[in-house]
Design a binder for this molecule. Structure first.
Ligand code: M6R
Length: 604
């Protein structure tokens, strides 16, 4: 939901801002802009469309100056247009602001400002901030920003530049992420770490209500009352290479290929042939229910987590979408363990779920990929996914690691509750340890075949994904990938439910992807395949090696290596990710930045 960057230092700001925006473009890509301060004014360039459109106008007129701010937008208030693009000026061109979030009371403020004679150039909520800065300014930018933010309701991360005090940038945060990067003779503002990884790995993570006053050589942090605060610098262990495509055509493909390493990283230190090391995550006897909260792909990992934890640890697990949980008055108390799952650690609805759960007295464990993210900081305990930066809007490696973490938790809880035998525990641990190597094999053995299969899906308007038991959440995720990046109406269905309605949609040549990795209901899914096949569907089955019987029922089969069948879900998602990727490629879709979406959904 919008990417913000800021730079102040001894180099030309424009190329650095554009580079930062490029790395944050996954956060929003309907328009972009920069503001750069030269010796006497602030020059703003902004353009509807992708960042490349802005780059084109910058080529013709590159603003010169060593301080600036920039923005890549995912529209909330006001359709994508040049005027609605950020940065926004006040009337005198003294203040410019970029914003991520939503100002809920902007209309009220706008009415008041208009009554005082302020003229607006955009339909955005953000522009009120620029005019308020002008209205309140009395010679101290930092104090002015405090007065302005006192007027604002809603969520905001702001970067502000003023020609009245041109030696500094101001960064403010409330309910939208913002970090300040620290380096020698230059400092940075960004919505997310990858923006300036090439320049620094040292960051201050702003908390809600905090503000930073940043010059070329100093960073001062303040709370909302204007009192100076100190905090530790947070050092990131991500390598700048991790945020590059490294020869792949798309980040999504690169991230699919990174899954074996991502798995290795999350399993490393947590599990070995001698057992599990999850000492911080125990399940006290008093806990009688687990509540999982997440959105999108992360919620599908939770649905998988429910099956796994319930089967192994015999405890009730409930799954909610963040957007539903927060408004349904859930039954949660201090006997509930709440687990929130979020790649970004910033998803607004998941965060609201976390806060509600804490208010109700529950202990909250976060599973997230981003160190220092809001969800990581507000949870009682954190388990990091260690997938490395995930840039493609479609989540792949983070999902896989979420599922792997659920296996670790389930085995751990089962051990604590003595619900599985030592033999099964050893078998599961051995299989989990093989996952990285097997994930690499699945990619190696299937990629070419799947790229070929995708040609057959190129022109289809709809597709069905069916599965049962753990294969049901798996197909939900497979279908989401197909919708999200290939724009194919993909319906995921529990295979046993087809006959209650959905079967009416099956006709000649409709593609059905049937996943069958659970031995205990293998015969059942074969019957379901026959049901769709006899109504004309073209069935691709996905199952584990050795399952020859399925060949007779389906039109073609993709095989994954055999494991304890509870674990097959981790591997089976990989062919589905590849299928969505190559289908989107065949259809000429914008794979890393699908239409209407953004990576980090920080608004409700
Ligand atoms: O950062 P989060 O894991 O909280 O994000 C949740 C969803 O927005 C995200 O998984 C989304 O569904 C993905 N684009 C799916 O690929």
């Amino acid at each position: 939901m919008c990417g913000i960057v800021g730079y102040i230092g001894n180099k030309q700001a424009t190329p650095i801002l554009l580079e930062g925006l490029k790395r944050l473009e996954y956060r929003g890509y309907d328009s972009a802009g920069i503001a750069v301060k030269n010796s006497h004014e602030i020059e703003v360039l902004k353009k509807e469309g992708k960042l490349a459109e802005l780059e084109n106008i910058v080529l013709a007129d590159s603003p010169s100056g060593t301080a600036g701010i920039g923005h890549t937008r995912w529209a909330t208030h006001g359709r994508p247009s040049d005027n609605n693009s950020h940065p926004h000026y006040d009337q005198k061109r003294d203040f410019v602001v970029v914003h991520n979030g939503i100002i809920e009371n902007f209309q009220e403020i706008k009415d008041e400002l208009e009554a005082r004679g302020y003229l607006f150039e955009s339909d955005t909520d953000t522009e009120v901030i620029a005019h308020l800065l002008d209205f309140y300014y009395q010679g101290n930018l930092r104090e002015t920003v405090i007065k302005v933010t006192e007027q604002l309701e809603g969520s905001y991360a702001l970067a502000i530049l003023s020609r009245r005090e041109s030696d500094k940038l101001i960064a403010v945060r409330k309910d939208s992420p913002l970090i300040v990067g620290k380096s020698e003779g230059e400092n940075f503002i960004a919505s997310d770490i990858p923006a300036f990884l090439n320049y620094t790995n040292q960051f201050y993570v702003l908390d809600d209500g905090e503000m930073a006053e940043i010059t070329q050589d100093t960073i001062k942090l303040f709370n909302y009352r204007g009192e100076e605060v100190s905090k530790d610098v947070f050092v990131v262990d991500w390598d700048p290479e991790m945020a590059e495509k490294n020869g792949f055509d798309h980040f999504m493909l690169k991230e699919i290929h990174e899954q074996p390493d991502a798995l290795r990283r999350v399993l490393n230190n947590r599990i070995s042939s001698t057992g599990l090391n999850l000492s911080e995550i125990d399940l006290p006897q008093s806990i009688n229910k687990i509540q999982l909260i997440a959105c999108g792909t992360a919620s599908y990992s939770c649905q998988m987590g429910k099956y796994i934890i319930e089967e192994l640890a015999r405890i009730d697990v409930n799954v909610d979408l963040g957007s539903e949980f927060r408004y349904r008055d859930p039954i949660i108390d201090d006997n509930t363990l709440v687990i929130v799952v979020s790649q970004s650690g910033e998803t607004a609805d998941t965060l609201a779920g976390l806060r509600l759960a804490k208010k109700k007295g529950a202990k909250v464990l976060a599973i997230t990929n981003v160190t220092g993210s809001t969800i990581a900081r507000e949870a009682d305990e954190v388990l990091y996914l260690k997938a490395g930066p995930e840039i493609a809007v479609a989540s792949t490696k983070a999902y896989l690691n979420m599922v792997a973490v659920f296996y670790l938790l389930a085995i751990n809880f089962a051990g604590q509750r003595s619900t599985i035998s030592e033999e099964l525990k050893t078998e599961l641990i051995d299989d989990v340890l093989r996952l990285p190597e097997l994930a690499a094999r699945v990619i190696r053995e299937n990629e070419e075949l799947i790229a070929e299969k995708a040609k057959g899906l190129k022109n289809c308007r709809s597709a069905f994904f069916i599965g049962r038991n753990t294969d049901f959440p798996l197909v939900l995720e497979g279908a989401l990938k197909m919708k999200e990046i290939a724009y194919i109406q993909a319906e995921a269905y529990p295979a046993g439910e087809l006959k209650h309605g959905t079967l009416a949609l099956i006709e000649d040549d409709v593609p059905v992807i049937a996943v069958a990795t659970r031995e205990k209901i293998y015969e059942k899914i074969i019957s379901n395949i026959k049901e769709v096949k006899s109504r004309g569907a073209k069935v691709t089955a996905l199952t584990f090696a050795g399952n020859r019987e399925i060949e007779k029922a389906a039109d073609n089969v993709i095989y994954i290596p055999a494991l304890n069948s509870l674990l097959s879900g981790v591997l089976a998602i990989i062919p589905l990710q590849l299928l969505a990727y190559y289908t989107a490629l065949e259809r000429g879709c914008d794979i890393d930045q699908p239409r209407n979406l953004a990576k980090s959904v920080t608004v409700e």
